[in-house]
Design a protein around this ligand. Structure first.
Ligand code: IPE
Ligand code: IPE
Ligand code: MG
Ligand code: MG
Ligand code: MG
Length: 300
């Protein structure tokens, strides 16, 4: 029987340990020595906290094809580095201007804005080094595919572009379709990349990859919808970040456009879509099924 709570906890512990090992002064030094303050800021942004859901998706998608958790960990760490970078930059005064993240001061509050920008840059760059490393997968052709996936997920047609649209949305005038497109990019694209990277690590064929991509796109929509609902319904204590921020910044969200109750109904339907995409898989996809359900039921 698949145990979601155990999978979630094991994955979080392994990601924490893996990042703590990787993000060390000696390991990060290149042609020059890594500056201590920058490494400390990277560690502040990447360690101690976070649900580690993107590495969990890598691990669960890879597990469908029999890949062991330890073999999918390096790719999961790469995706988490990009995620942590995105949070550091998302919190900057020029973007969402937040002081609290994962129950602690944001990186620019704990250090300063310039250091936070550079810590994000360094985590982003580091991610691609992890995917290019033979420890990630023995076959260089597979490693190249993984890199291409992470570029698509994090770049201008993915997360970075979605963050741009999110800021444009603050000025108003977004229809529901624009909101959905923006969210598919700012949040969905990296979740999609996490699932596809896991599948590619396992050598998925095109048919399986297609179904898992449909799953990931629905799961990504559910994830951001839940994030927007929690911004209205949760407390900063449980969430570890400020609440009520989206309305305060006039963010274009489906909660604002549909209302809270309709948004909750839509969340249920979206999780159902994610589950339906997995219908041809057996118990080997129970991890992904449980994670999609968790996306809608989580309270942090
Ligand atoms: C928050 O992501 C940012 C969004 C994409 C909505 P998570 O809720 O996964 O944040 P952590 O990593 O658990 O802190
Ligand atoms: C963040 O969306 C998306 C990315 C970081 C790419 P939000 O701005 O809603 O995330 P939170 O609520 O600050 O975690
Ligand atoms: Mg934001
Ligand atoms: Mg934000
Ligand atoms: Mg949010």
């Amino acid at each position: 029987m698949y145990d979601f709570a155990a999978d979630l906890t094991d994955c979080a512990n392994e990601v924490e340990g893996g990042l703590a090992r990787l993000l060390q002064l000696e390991r990060l030094s290149g042609p020059g020595a890594a500056p201590e303050r920058l490494v400390a800021a990277m560690r502040h942004g990447a360690l101690a906290g976070g649900k580690r859901l993107r590495p969990l998706l890598v691990r669960q998608a890879a597990a469908i094809f029999g890949v062991k958790p330890e073999a999918s960990l390096p790719a999961g760490l790469a995706v988490e580095c990009v995620h942590c970078y995105s949070l550091i930059h998302d919190d900057l005064p020029a973007m969402d201007d937040d002081d609290l993240r994962r129950g602690r001061p944001t990186v620019h509050r704990a250090y300063d804005e310039a250091t936070a920008i550079l810590a994000g840059d360094a985590l982003l760059t580091h991610a691609f080094g992890l995917l290019a490393d033979p420890a990630c997968h023995p076959d260089p052709a597979v490693r190249t595919q993984l890199i291409i996936e992470l570029v698509a997920g994090s770049g201008v047609g993915g997360m970075a572009g979605g963050q741009m649209r999110d800021l444009e949305g603050e000025r108003g005038g977004f229809a529901d379709g624009d909101i959905a497109a923006m969210q598919a990019m700012k949040t969905g694209a990296l979740i999609r990349a996490a699932v596809r990277i896991g599948a590619l690590l396992g050598g998925a064929d095109d048919a399986a990859l297609g179904k898992l991509t449909t799953y990931a796109e629905a799961a990504g929509r559910a994830f951001q919808l839940a994030d927007d609902i929690l911004d209205v319904t949760a407390t900063p204590e449980t969430l570890g970040k400020a609440t009520g921020k989206d309305a305060g910044k006039n963010k274009a969200t489906l909660v604002a456009s549909l209302g809270l109750e309709a948004a909750k109904r839509h969340l249920g339907e979206t999780v159902y879509e994610a589950l339906a995409a997995l219908s041809s898989f057996g118990p080997e996809a129970d991890g992904l099924r449980a994670t999609a359900r968790y996306f809608a039921s989580r309270d942090s």
